[in-house]
Each structure stands twice: as structure tokens, then as C-alpha cells.
Design a protein. Structure first.
Length: 330
């Protein structure tokens, strides 16, 4: 099946002391509905770091190799694949296995790389934009011209959420940890950017948006739960994607939750079923495929590293220094 292809592939593995080193493993076999991708670029996600630290294992049955999104060329197709062909330039989601020379991807989770995109931009698109799309539209049912609060607005998901919300003419407020990050969010289209080291988003909401936010996207967790409840609108939706500040909130005013009829959803994407991901990709293409193809939805790329320097990319993310995506080139 893999004529003219290597029998073994290089990949990045994790040692017992959490170091990143290269190793070799056989090129994976294809199922009927899968494509084999020669990887050119890899998107870095915080999940990679958590997995490296032993805090976020791969879902059962999935590759234990790091990496949730890649861009590259199709080099082989399963017998049931009809929408793709060898040499197509694509990017897409994987539940694991991205930090490798080759990776297998379900054909239903692939995107065609727009002509205007670089490989690095392709690698930085799928996980962030699909997570943002899932949060804003699949879960929170965001409608045109509603108000959105996005925490960590300068993160990869935050940048994507700004772009998608503004495409629907929504009013977007973000929080970020520096003036540089706030300015980057404003450049992307955010209406207001709040430096949380200097100002309170709760106080801003009381003064400028007393009706509250229709949708809130949170990656902070901890005591932000109550703060988010405080600034949510009646019938507002809070979507929790991560818990960077911690998994516990000491006090929650459930009376305020009831009075506002707030919906709270905690969500991940990696451990969703392949059918769910296929539907999510299809919905995204239907809603935003035209903008994607026209190059109007571009991921923000902070820094690209050779994959030999993956550790430097992880360190930059741990320092919260990045604005947008970190990408590895193979």
C-alpha cells in the first residue's frame, strides 16, 4: 500500500523524565476511511504539554504520540476514500500522533489547504478554529449581533473566537495579560480588550454592558466561575474549555445562576467521537467554508520552530508569551 514510502517514521516521544526525544516506529496502516499524511507542519497545543507532564493521557485506543493537528500532503488513501486523492494539500485534526513524519487522519476530518495559506497556517487552524466554532455556535448557539466575552483572547483559540464572532457581527470583549496582547486582540477585531492585571472585567461590564454577555468563553477556571456568572446575561451561556487557574471554585452563587437561567457547559474536543468531529468539520465548512477559502479566516501564528526545537515551543507556551499559535515545521 505504501509504495515508495518509508517503512518507519520518525516521531517525538516523551522520556520518563519528561524530555522530548526522537524515536522510530512503523508507518501506521490505513483503514478504509483514512488518509496517510506526510506531515509538513504541526500545531502546538497546551494539551501537548499536559500530556507530556502526565496530566492528560491520550484517549483510549488513540495514538500516544503528541500532536492534535497537522498540515501536509496526502500520500495514501484508504479504499473507501472518495473525496481526496494522493498529493492533495490538506490540514486536519487527529486525536494523537501529530508529532511525526506521517500521520493517519479520518478523511472526514480533513480540510483542503487554501491557496493563500502556508503549511504553518494550515497546521495552526484546525484545533483552534474548530474549538472556537464548537464553543460559540454548536454549544452556546451564538447569534448575530450578540455580545461575547472571550478570556485569554490572545491565545490560539481566543484569536480564532474573535474572528468567528466578528464574522457574525457580534460585540466582542476579551481579556488578556499584557498591553501587547490587548492591542493584538483589537487589531484582530475585538471591540474592547481588558488587561486583567490592570482592570476588572466585572467592573467594566457593570459600567459599560449592564445587560451582561450572551456568551462567555473561559479557559481560566477557578474563581472565574463566579465572576463569569456575575457578568453573564439572562439566558447566557458559559463554555469552559480549560482550568488554568485551578479546578475548584470555593463559592458559587447558584441563586444568581437560577435567576439568570445561565447554561454552563464544560467541553473538550480531543476525546469526542470521530462521528462528532466529522459533523463538526462539516458544519464548519457549511458556515465558514467560503470565508476560509477566500483567506478571510487566517490563524495568527506567533512563532514557528523546527520540530527539533519542540521543547522551545513548549517553553514559550508555558511562559504564556505567545500571541496566537506556535507551530513546528518538519
Amino acid at each position: 500500500m505504501f509504495n515508495n514510502l518509508e517503512v518507519y517514521l520518525k516521531y517525538i516521544t516523551i522520556t520518563t523524565d519528561q524530555q522530548l526525544v526522537f524515536a522510530e516506529t512503523p508507518v501506521p496502516e490505513l483503514s478504509a476511511d483514512e488518509c496517510l499524511i506526510r506531515v509538513k507542519a504541526i500545531g502546538v497545543n497546551r494539551a501537548d504539554i499536559l500530556q507530556r507532564q502526565g496530566k492528560y493521557p491520550a484517549p483510549k485506543g488513540e495514538s500516544t504520540i503528541l500532536g492534535l493537528e497537522v498540515c501536509g500532503d496526502i500520500v495514501a488513501c484508504g479504499s473507501g476514500v472518495i473525496d481526496w486523492k494522493i498529493n492533495d494539500k490538506v490540514f486536519g485534526l487527529v486525536a494523537g500522533g501529530g508529532y511525526a513524519e506521517y500521520v493517519v487522519i479520518k478523511s472526514s476530518q480533513l480540510f483542503c489547504l487554501p491557496a493563500i495559506f502556508t503549511d504553518q497556517q494550515g497546521a495552526g487552524f484546525a484545533e483552534t478554529f474548530l474549538t472556537a466554532y464548537q464553543s460559540l455556535f454548536s454549544i452556546a448557539r451564538l447569534k448575530a449581533k450578540q455580545s461575547v466575552l472571550i478570556h485569554a483572547g490572545a491565545s490560539g483559540v481566543g484569536c480564532a473566537a474573535i474572528a468567528l464572532a466578528k464574522a457574525k457581527d457580534c460585540f466582542v470583549v476579551v481579556t488578556a495579560g499584557s498591553e501587547e496582547k490587548c492591542q493584538a486582540c483589537l487589531t484582530l477585531g475585538a471591540d474592547v480588550a481588558i488587561n486583567y492585571h490592570q482592570n476588572s472585567f466585572e467592573q467594566w461590564q457593570k459600567a459599560h454592558a449592564p445587560e451582561g454577555f450572551n456568551v462567555i468563553i473561559d479557559v481560566v477556571g477557578g474563581d472565574y466561575l463566579q465572576k463569569n456568572i456575575n457578568v453573564a446575561a439572562v439566558d447566557g451561556h458559559l463554555v469552559i474549555l480549560s482550568i488554568l487557574q485551578g479546578r475548584y471554585c470555593e463559592k458559587v452563587d447558584m441563586g444568581k445562576m437560577l435567576a439568570k437561567r445561565i447554561s454552563i457547559t464544560a467541553s473538550t474536543l480531543r476525546n469526542r467521537s470521530n462521528n462528532y468531529k466529522a459533523e463538526l468539520v462539516a458544519d464548519f465548512k457549511e458556515d465558514f467554508g467560503k470565508l476560509l477559502g477566500e483567506g478571510q479566516l487566517l490563524p495568527v501564528i506567533d512563532t514557528c520552530y523546527p520540530w527539533q526545537n519542540a521543547d522551545k515551543a513548549h517553553q514559550r507556551m508555558l511562559e504564556n508569551s505567545n500571541i496566537g499559535k506556535l507551530v513546528l515545521t518538519v
